[in-house]
Design a protein around this ligand. Structure first.
Ligand code: NAD
Length: 443
């Protein structure tokens, strides 16, 4: 099949590359000329394990190409995927300007039947708005060309995006059209061979499914952080509680790790957008608001613990950070807890000395050159001469540490472990002042 993808971010680039790898012909379009130029040169603008070689082999195989030309993009595929960003607006609602701009582009340039596939995470009712936008653009040209709009939300996780796309638990398509069902089946056939993964449902249900999934996962995280905060005050170790409840199959072990709050480009904005949608239909989203409020507070926990360790005075201190990305295996720092911490430290007059295996460039791009941000080449240099160490991201490389060595590096032996990577007892026995999240007497 010939397929066009609008947007070459985490979702668009992975979708386009995987569909090309499955044998389709794919043209990816982006308005960012720099991104497209880099992709054409074989350079991948994001870090995603396995993606670079897959892009290169499919470009070499002639199945994957990139363009900034909207006319070529609309002319290319019968399927037109919209995978552009839907960032939060000031009121928390999803900003649909990029999605609707693509819809307008399609309406202005299409010359034959198209299926427009909403892959971006968009509020319930967006398919109707996309449809209206395309129809209005066609009407402006005095044309009447048939098209359909369907919803095909994406569930991939950054860091495991290729595996999630190719081996996802389900492929959801919101449509009532038999023709669209047939075409979407053809598109995903290579990934639907082992067992039936395609779920067809109505468009609104598909749109809501994406928000419900992310809100559920965010709820599990905030719930566990609430329990961690309680455990801390009650003298219990939340890690033992986690194992205790995770063993119940009705609860399960995934997404119940206590920590310094969720970040990234999806959970924060999607919980807020769903809460906003609720208020638009006169429903008070008590639970969603609480999930968001607990997370907001949790992201401050690293700073609170550090400030307590230094009697509230962090001025002139150097704080080592291990991890900047919002989670391991990505360079994405959108809404990362590390940002909440760094900004609070700078406000307090401290210097940050940080290392992340992939997010250093992104950190520099966001904050620029500044005296109180020192980015170093590895985790060893990050702790050299620092007063304290904070773990913000649970990268595998950070899990094993020689505590005696660490104690010699830090001028005040304070560790704030925002991901509960270490055994508090072992850290304390080595003479470190260890502060985890919800680890009983570690506060
Ligand atoms: P991103 O910000 O990484 O990429 C979006 C891309 O769209 C950018 O390259 C931008 O230049 C491009 N763009 C903007 N306007 C355009 C236009 N008019 N035409 C062509 N390109 C345009 O975003 P992302 O993380 O890939 O997310 C895209 C959507 O998928 C969002 O709605 C997001 O919520 C959803 N989603 C993201 C993830 C994730 O893990 N990142 C997972 C599932 C769903």
């Amino acid at each position: 099949m010939k397929i066009t993808i609008f947007g070459t971010g985490y979702v668009g680039l992975v979708t386009g590359t995987c569909l090309a790898d499955a044998g389709h012909e794919v043209l990816c379009m982006d308005v960012d000329e720099n991104k497209i130029a880099r992709l054409k040169d074989g350079e991948i603008p994001i870090f995603e394990p396995g993606l670079e070689s897959m892009v290169k082999s499919n470009v070499a195989g002639g199945r994957l190409d990139f363009t900034t030309d909207p006319v070529a993009a609309v002319g290319f595929g019968q399927l037109q995927f919209i995978a552009v960003g839907t960032p939060p607006d000031e009121d928390g609602s999803a900003d649909l300007q990029y999605v609707l701009s693509v819809a307008d582009t399609i309406g202005r340039h299409m010359t034959d039947y198209k299926v427009i596939v909403d892959k971006s995470t968009v509020p319930v009712g967006t398919a109707d708005r996309v449809s209206q936008t395309v129809a209005a653009a066609l009407e402006g040209r005095g044309e009447s060309i048939e098209f359909d709009v369907c919803s095909n939300p994406e569930f991939l996780k950054e860091g495991a995006a290729i595996k999630d796309f190719t081996h996802g638990a389900r492929i959801i398509v919101g449509t009532e059209s038999e023709r669209v069902m047939r075409l979407m089946r053809e598109c995903y056939a290579p990934y639907n061979r082992h067992h039936e993964k395609m779920m067809f449902m109505d468009v609104r249900a598909a749109e809501l499914t994406k928000y419900a999934a992310n809100a559920m996962l965010a709820t599990k995280i905030s719930f566990m952080n609430e329990i961690a905060n309680l455990a801390e005050r009650l003298g219990a170790d939340v890690e033992q509680v986690r194992r205790g409840i995770g063993s119940d199959p009705r609860i399960g072990y995934s997404f119940i790790y206590p920590g310094c709050g969720y970040g990234g480009s999806c959970f924060p904005k999607d919980v807020q957008a769903l809460a906003h949608t609720a208020t638009e239909v006169d429903y008070q989203p008590e639970l969603l608001n609480a999930v968001e409020a607990v997370n907001f507070r949790q992201k401050k926990t690293l700073y609170t613990k550090l400030a307590q360790a230094f009697d509230g005075d962090l001025k002139g201190r150097t704080i080592a950070l291990w991890g900047l990305a919002f989670k391991p295996n990505t360079d994405d720092m959108r809404d990362a807890p590390s940002r909440t911490l760094m900004e609070a430290l700078w406000e307090a007059g401290a210097t940050v000395q940080a290392f992340d295996p992939e997010a250093m460039k992104e950190c520099r791009r966001i904050y620029g050159e500044r005296d109180d941000l020192v980015l170093v080449a590895d985790r060893v240099q990050a702790v050299k001469g620092a007063d304290a160490l904070v773990i913000c991201t649970e990268w595998k490389d950070f899990r094993i540490v020689d505590f005696d060595w660490l104690k010699r590096q830090l001028s005040t032996p304070v560790i704030v472990d925002g991901r509960n990577l270490f055994d508090p007892q072992a850290a304390k026995e080595a003479g470190l002042m260890y502060y985890g999240v919800g680890r009983g007497d570690s506060l």
